[in-house]
Design a protein around this ligand. Structure first.
Ligand code: NZQ
Ligand code: ZN
Length: 388
């Protein structure tokens, strides 16, 4: 196991009705900005509940944060935070609203051109770069990204998606009420299961470093998602299943299973370009790309793919290649059982468009991806071809 340091200060309020806790956790004299997306939280009454528990605090609203949140929209919100002297931001929504809010918190008092904050890749933004960061909390409505308990955000700008990382944007708290997911359309539930699944495998199907706890936690998350996936998609008001879905998604990307192990993230980086170029949802891109990554990278990932086959899918016979083939088949079949497509062609993407994806990866410096930097643009092209 590699050396590591672990820190995660986000307080979790989990369960039905736990939104009442925001009154205790947000300073009584704070002026609060509520950020939200296209309106689902208004339509389904979540915003009203939140406002009730904010009591007499002064509240300003900023709606319209779009899926794959845009830099320009977030900069408008930052202006509101400055002009209104906002003390605390409450993000109410899915990963896009929470990610967007993290960026607003960082950009509001940043002295230079805020596009600088998009150019650091996975290098964290620290207090010497941004001195003052507005604190925020979250009320999660879509279990998928893990943004409710991590330092990451992904911001859309100029036909690209840019990761922004900072320990200064851990949410102060996140409310995880499974009943808030009951209004989700099926496709978003499926996106959420796949996103949590692929976050887990990006930190697990790499190469072994004898990290037994992390491996078994990852396998536990994967097995839970497989067990509940279809029911979560099909039974919109099944509280227990949605509770397990929600906690799996948070645990998949709150840093716990990442400690002391190699990480991949190639599926995500290629997926981000597909979202930016073709508008395919984040979860949908992962369902297409991950099976192809398993296939193309089967040699470098061999030991962990065999472990995944045996422990997650109970595949215990056949040659190494046959076991890996069956694990790929079962993974693809699982995604499809949720109603996800697992081929690029199903989204209308054709072979002659793959060059543009590879060019975008090159433009963004994503030319040595995966746990051992072996995925060059040529290998990315092979993965995309295998995903057609
Ligand atoms: O905008 P509204 O009206 O709220 O509708 C949203 C949106 O259209 C809707 N929705 C959310 N909660 C709902 C609901 N509809 C009905 N009932 C509810 N309870 O769902 C749609 C999608 O929302 P979005 O927030 O975009 O989805 P998700 O949570 O999957 O977030 C995706 C974003 O997160 C980034 C992705 O790149 C993408 O931009 N990621 C962030 C990560 C992180 N911070 O760690 C890691 C991930 O890998 C990912 O890259
Ligand atoms: Zn993801």
């Amino acid at each position: 196991m590699y050396n590591f340091e672990f820190y995660n200060p986000t307080r979790i309020l989990f369960g039905k009705g736990k939104v009442e806790g925001i009154d205790r956790l947000i300073p009584a004299d704070a002026k609060v900005l509520i950020t939200y997306g296209g309106g689902s939280v208004k339509k389904f009454g979540i915003l009203d509940q939140v406002k009730t528990h904010l009591g007499n605090r002064k509240v300003v609203e900023f709606g319209g944060i779009e899926p794959n949140p845009h830099y320009e929209t977030l900069m408008k919100a930052a202006e509101v935070v400055r002009n209104e002297n906002i003390d605390f931001i409450l993000a109410v929504g899915g990963g896009s609203v929470i990610d967007g809010t993290k960026f607003i918190c960082l950009a509001t008092y940043y002295k230079g051109d805020a596009t600088d904050l998009l150019r650091r890749g996975f290098r964290p933004i620290t207090a010497d770069i941004v001195e003052k960061v507005v604190p925020f909390g979250a009320v999660l409505t879509l279990p998928a990204t893990g943004s409710e308990m991590n330092t990451g955000a992904v911001i859309s700008y100029d036909h690209g998606k840019f990761p922004v990382m900072s320990e200064m944007t851990y949410p102060k708290f996140s409310v995880l009420d499974p009943t808030y997911t009951f209004s989700l359309p099926k496709i978003q539930v499926a996106n959420g299961i796949v996103d949590a699944f692929v976050h887990t495998v990006e930190q697990y199907t790499t190469f072994p470093v004898d990290a037994r706890i992390q491996d078994r936690m990852a396998e536990g998350i994967l097995q839970t998602l497989i067990e509940i996936g279809e029911t979560s998609v099909n039974e919109s008001d099944n509280y227990d299943v949605r509770a397990n879905h929600m906690w799996s998604a948070t645990m998949a990307l709150n840093g716990l299973i990442a400690v002391g192990v190699p990480q991949d993230w190639a599926t995500h980086m290629i997926g981000h370009e597909l979202t930016a170029l073709f508008g395919i949802d984040h979860g949908q891109t992962l369902a297409v790309i991950y099976p192809a990554v398993m296939d193309v990278c089967r040699e470098q990932k061999k030991a962990k793919l065999l472990q995944y086959a045996e422990r997650v899918w109970k595949i215990d016979s056949g040659s190494d290649n046959e076991r890996i083939d069956l694990a790929i088949y079962k993974t693809r079949h699982f995604f499809e059982s949720l109603g996800m497509k697992t081929r690029l062609s199903a989204y209308g993407v054709t072979a002659d468009q793959l060059g543009a994806v590879v060019q975008a990866l090159e433009k963004h410096g994503l030319t040595a991806l995966s746990e051992n930097q072996s995925i060059t643009p040529e290998v990315s092209r092979e993965i995309l071809q295998r995903a057609l």
